[in-house]
Design a binder for this molecule. Structure first.
Ligand SMILES: [Zn+2]
Length: 158
């Protein structure tokens, strides 16, 4: 029914399952920080940021003071690696429930925020045949993470 693709290329045969799920997992050991100057991945130590060689001096240190010369040594400039905050993200097509669900885990990898669009089955129901959206909200009894509404449809996580 559906084919699984990555960047437009098939990754599994189309007939593998009627309810396929694809998950992008973030490597537990993936670096969390990198240097904006030299690009090396960084680790925070008690005495400062070190690169993959254990060096605290940045080979590409760029002094912000124009009076400093190129010979000035300086520290790495840490920035968070993009998407390092996520444990995983997934998409499931569920033919039994007639739904798609997108999940995104930002905390405990056993849970995730889930966003589902589902078609209400045909039959004697006020909304039969309509599509409904289920999304995380601050009043959930067991939330993946605490949500605080900033404005309708936008929440601060944590
Ligand atoms: Zn650096």
């Amino acid at each position: 029914m559906f084919s699984l693709t990555a960047n437009g290329s098939p990754i599994l045969p189309a007939d593998v399952d009627d309810s396929p799920m694809i998950v992008l997992e973030n490597d537990e050991d993936a670096p969390q920080w990198r240097c904006t100057a030299c690009g090396d991945y960084l680790t925070e130590m008690p005495d400062g940021w070190t690169d993959e060689s254990g060096d605290r001096v940045c080979c590409a240190y760029d002094p912000t003071d124009p009076m400093e010369t190129e010979s000035v040594e300086g520290p790495h400039s840490p920035e968070r690696v993009a998407l390092s905050w996520a444990n995983n993200a997934g998409v499931r097509a569920d033919t039994e429930e007639d739904s798609f669900t997108v999940t995104i885990s930002v905390g405990d990898p056993r849970g995730a925020f889930a966003f589902t669009v589902r078609r209400i089955p045909d039959g004697d129901h006020e909304h039969a045949g309509c599509l409904v959206l289920h999304s995380p909200h601050p009043e959930e009894s067991a939330p993946h993470a605490r949500l605080t509404e900033l404005h309708p449809g936008t929440f601060l996580i944590g």
